[in-house]
Design a protein around this ligand. Sequence first.
Ligand SMILES: [Ca+2]
Length: 463
Amino acid sequence: MMKSRFKKIINCLVLLLCLITKVSAQEQPNIIFILADDMGYGDMEVYGHPYTKTPHLDKLANSGKVFTQGYMSAAWCSPSRAALMTGIYPAREFLSTFCIDVEKPSITKILHNGGYKTAHFGKWHIGGGKRSPNAPPPSAYGIDESFTTQSTGDGFTREDKKLPHYREHTTTKYIDLAIDFAKRNKKEPFFINLWLYPTHSYINPLPQYLERFKDLKVNIDDFEGEAQRDFLTYMSKHTDINKSMQAYCADVANLDDEIGRLLTALKKMKLDKNTIIIFSSDNGPGPILNNIEKLQKRFITKPLLVNSVGSVGEFQGRKGSMYEGGIRAPWIISWPKYIKKGITDTETILTGVDFLPTLSAMVGAETPKDLVIDGEDMSKAVLGNTHPRTKMAFFSDKPNWYTVRDGKWKAHLHLNKIKLYDIESDKGEKVDLTAQEPEIARKYEKILRQMKKEFHQKEAAIH
Ligand SMILES: [Ca+2]
């Protein structure tokens, strides 16, 4: 009798446990990480652009949290993406292999092992290009489904790439794939890396988007930042600045519309409340190219935008630079179920290597016990209030330039020379305080020289 009652209690407990486990599995959020390519910090309405129209991205921003002190860990595509995937500074190893280490943890592998269905649609560029043609495909990193470019996995054919507006159509294709993947996996948690091409040059906008901006005339004074105004003045001497800006705004509008299509689909599937959507860009907008005259000629003969006129907001430096314009990135994180909407965090410093530990913590994914990474779990800042970091944020993607952000200070060791800025009062990094603050400058010089010694132990390629 006692035995049978005991058995009943055990059975009830087992049932209860099963129910709890089932509920928590269903409760686990989906994640979509949308990464734009070379889109500037200042390219959205919400980040202060005077001309672009981004109603869907702005809506996404209003439904979650906007960070104004977010960074990428590098200033160009490949290393920046490697940092996001691994939580490790790319200068340690990636810049000598151009392939993320398949033996080490990656965010996709961690989530896959934690029961997530995982996908990568879009640019890959962290193994498989000219620099590492024998790199493993995305599936080696715990990715269940992928359709990518610049990888050794499945993707567009040579014929596809010859089609008109190929680059613009890639976005439509990747969004279609993301919607389809979400539909098929909506009963279990899923993760999608959605790494889109806009606004990387060359831009050849679809006519319907160009039409929207055909009357746009650029007034350079509409831009707040001095460096951005100087850049546009330079560009206006070499290209038709109105046409370039119209094309750029058209490209951003196309991206925004496609993201809007994804958000609508998620809502229809009733996945909008419990899906974490993150939006960022891998590095700053395209720089002034040193072969501008050659490109000018091409600009006249082909309807291509040869150089991005993306905005760095108030900062200086563009893609490839460790000044803010190269590494400061828009970071929008929305999760209606848990993140309070309409908040702008102007204090928390986030950087690319934080992505893996922060996201893992947000969804309760187990990370390997022996995990050694550079990033810091900043989930408290995402889910709650502003949160100070304990680790300094480092940046380097070439052997002659090391940078650190630590509170209000930012220091560069560039071409073996130290420069120090108070980034809170001097966003444009115009006033070098090395002479006024010699002790602080020495402190960061020592740290950066140590970083130089520790990083780049292997010969790294210069971009
Ligand atoms: Ca890029």
